[in-house]
Design a protein around this ligand. Structure first.
Ligand code: ADP
Length: 196
């Protein structure tokens, strides 16, 4: 059975994690942030070291280990009873993050909507990431050069994922609004796809 999924999509700093956390707190939804799965790794494990190496450069971790880690994580969540695909909508944030990952997950995910959090002002994203660096103590948010590299990686590698899923699934939400207004728009999209 494929996993019923809503993809939260957007540049670093667009608010995917903020929205995903709120939705994931509701019964009937399960939020999975790929970045958080990586950050939960111990740094003295081989994959933990690979994650630090790539994320501190603002680059994506290679696809093979990323998808394997993600599958393991989701499998554990199912086994642990935290996520029940028969009843819960999977709210995915940060994966798939390039075309190869979208292809690898084609047979696993039943993507019902791609919620694209749009922010036309890169300076605003940079500001948000710099603020987050202080609050969440994230190495990859701390350095301006790494932030710029992440925004480039997003433009070059992640943005094409929007075309992979196509226009019918695409729902744009203005990410420059207040988090509450963004939530209202995201909820409206989810209402539409779950109605009836
Ligand atoms: P943000 O979206 O703000 O950049 P994330 O927490 O989603 O932050 O990701 C942090 C880092 O984790 C990324 O820069 C990348 O190195 C790694 N990462 C997260 N998800 C993926 C993925 N699907 N594929 C490869 N690398 C990933």
């Amino acid at each position: 059975m494929k996993l019923r999924t809503v993809l939260l999509f957007g540049a670093p700093g667009s608010g995917k994690g903020t929205q995903g956390k709120v939705l994931g707190a509701l019964p009937g939804f399960y939020h999975c942030s790929c970045g958080e799965v990586f950050r939960s790794l111990k740094l003295d494990t081989p994959l933990g070291r690979v994650f630090v190496e790539y994320s501190s450069r603002g680059e994506l971790v290679p696809d093979g280990p990323t998808i394997e880690l993600w599958r393991q994580f989701i499998g554990n969540c199912r086994q642990g009873g935290h996520y029940d695909p028969a009843n819960d909508i999977l709210v995915l944030d940060g994966i798939p993050r390039n075309l190869a990952q979208a292809e690898l997950l084609r047979d696993t995910l039943d993507v019902r909507a791609v919620v694209y959090l749009t922010c036309p002002h890169p300076e605003k994203l940079v500001q948000r990431l710099q603020r987050r660096a202080l609050k969440e103590n994230r190495l990859d948010d701390a350095n301006l050069e790494t932030i710029r590299r992440r925004l480039e990686t997003y433009d070059q590698e992640s943005r094409p994922v929007l075309d992979f899923y196509g226009r019918e699934l695409l729902h744009e939400v203005d990410a420059t609004q207040t988090p509450l207004d963004v939530l209202e728009d995201v909820v409206a999209v989810i209402r539409r796809i779950t109605a009836g």
